[in-house]
Design a binder for this molecule. Structure first.
Ligand code: ADP
Length: 477
């Protein structure tokens, strides 16, 4: 049985407690076993990162770029094998899993380049004989807490910029997905990363994650996960004076107006709502549809959703993999019950039996909903979307923005005027026109507004805002 261990100062460490890594497509398939760190291990990991920071922060951009580039190449070369591991431990179907691994590889290659592009400014002083230099320096030890839904891409988009700019890292991945994080850390170690620069601790969030968040020796925390956990973490970061970045939930609207191309709209909704089993924070979970196209849109979407093949993540015929675990499956079903009690009509959502025992459910579409129903206020995080019928574009825009969240917002229209208006008025960090709200590029900023995000953006050139700190130097000739 594969054992996943914490990695501190270049060593893989044992532990007495463990947690099985269960395949959600086949509960009899135990992918491995995570040996769980305790708080003392977290302290060691932070000390190791602190010690390594002294030298790593003074390496040249070329040294860091070479390591990141080599890691990116290794990830890309192993994408099928790592994709298979990802599909087994998280349940994403194989092509989606390979796509995620490819994204992780590309992110490392992108940030290899970013290591060379830090730059700075020389500013004439207001005082005679003085010059002002504005430079960026690494921040220090970065604590990372990551979720289960993108087990390699999210660690990649946090680790790559942190290392590119000369920081050291302690990462705690979600309990459900220790395998991908372990492989990623191994690849970086094999690519020449010095001991202590990247440390991995495995264990429960409320113990191991909390130890990272409360430690006075961690300079910053980057977190992706649920809103409740994120808010509690942010408050603790403020208490201990840490820089903090949070990516949390979404309740992303996708507006379909009367002039939309029906095929484009239905395919965008199908992908945005249900692909990756709807387990994306950018999932199109509120489909806001104007009156004249509503029935045609709903009819076509129901037909296509009912035909989606749910099954084992490694089965070629599968279009929708399993839900990640039993708790999440129960949450999905309970939201369908609530939606139905509130007056929505539920299509699909049945539990599905397959040759292997797993957490399979048919995607569900809830029609006849209003924006005040719980199904439209709270994040479900499964293959569940609801339809809200509205009179016209103006009402659609108002409903789209009437949410505490603001991650992604989409519209399907053939009108340039409506698209331009929506892009400007959507209260979201990302706006998609004639495309699903989920599915983003790896080289541009990712993040939201309102309760979805907190702190600087992740990814692309904007990642340096979080992972560097500015220094202003005054030089008298
Ligand atoms: P989910 O409901 O998807 O599991 P969470 O926000 O609970 O979302 O989990 C996201 C990440 O946060 C995981 O790595 C988890 O272990 C970690 N986590 C959970 N609770 C805490 C906590 N109190 N402090 C720090 N990290 C936590």
């Amino acid at each position: 049985m594969t054992q996943y261990r914490s990695f501190i100062n270049g060593e893989w460490l044992g532990a007495s407690d463990s947690l099985p890594n269960v395949n959600p497509s086949d509960l009899s398939d135990i992918v491995g076993e995570a040996l769980l760190a305790d708080e003392a291990r977290v302290t060691d990991a932070i000390a190791s990162a602190r010690h390594a920071f002294r030298n790593w922060s003074l390496t040249t951009p070329q040294q860091r770029a070479d390591i990141l580039d080599a890691a990116g190449a290794k990830i890309l070369a192993r994408r099928e094998e790592l994709g298979t591991l990802l599909a087994r431990e998280e349940g994403k179907r194989l092509p989606e899993a390979i796509g995620e691994v490819t994204r992780a590889g590309n992110i490392f290659k992108y940030f290899a380049g970013e290591a060379l592009r830090v730059g700075g400014e020389i500013v004439p002083s207001v005082r005679p004989g003085m010059t002002v230099e504005v430079t960026r320096e690494p921040l220090g030890v970065i604590g990372m807490i990551t979720p289960w839904n993108f087990p390699i891409a999210i660690p990649a988009w946090k680790i790559a910029p942190a290392l590119a700019f000369g920081n050291t890292v302690v990462i705690k991945p979600a309990e459900a997905v220790p395998g991908c994080a372990t492989e990623l850390v191994k690849i970086l170690a094999e690519s020449g990363l010095p001991a202590g620069v990247l440390n991995l601790v495995l264990g429960p969030g409320r113990v191991i994650g909390n130890a990272l968040v409360t430690s006075p020796d961690v300079d910053a925390i980057t977190f992706t996960g649920s809103e409740t956990t994120g808010r509690a973490i942010a408050a603790k970061c403020v208490e201990t004076g840490k820089k903090v970045q949070l990516e949390m939930g979404g309740k992303n609207p996708m507006v379909v107006v009367d002039d939309a191309d029906l095929d484009v709209a239905v395919n965008a909704a199908l992908d945005g709502a249900f692909f990756s089993t709807g387990q994306r924070c950018t999932a199109s979970s509120r489909l806001i549809v104007t009156a004249r196209i509503h029935d045609r849109f709903v009819g076509a979407l129901q037909q296509m959703a009912a035909a989606l093949v749910v099954g084992h993540a490694l089965d070629n015929a599968t279009q929708i993999g399993p839900v990640v675990d039993g708790r999440q499956l129960q949450q999905n079903l309970s939201y369908l019950k609530i939606a139905s009690e509130e007056g929505g009509q539920v299509f699909g959502g049945e539990l599905v039996e397959r040759p292997t025992k797993g957490f399979f459910m048919q995607p569900a579409l809830v029609t006849g909903t209003t924006n005040s129903m719980r199904i439209n206020r709270e994040e479900v995080f499964g293959p569940v979307a609801s339809v809200i019928k509205v009179a016209d574009y103006d009402e659609a825009l108002a409903v789209a923005n009437d949410t505490p969240y603001g991650l992604a917002s989409g519209i399907c229209t053939t009108s340039l005027k409506i698209a331009a208006h929506f892009k400007r008025r959507a209260e979201a960090g990302m706006v998609m026109v004639n495309a699903p709200t989920a599915g983003v590029d790896y080289h541009v900023p990712f993040g939201g507004r309102k309760r979805s995000s907190y702190g600087p953006r992740e990814q692309g050139a904007y990642a340096r805002e979080f992972y560097t700190i500015v220094k202003t130097a005054y030089v008298k000739a």
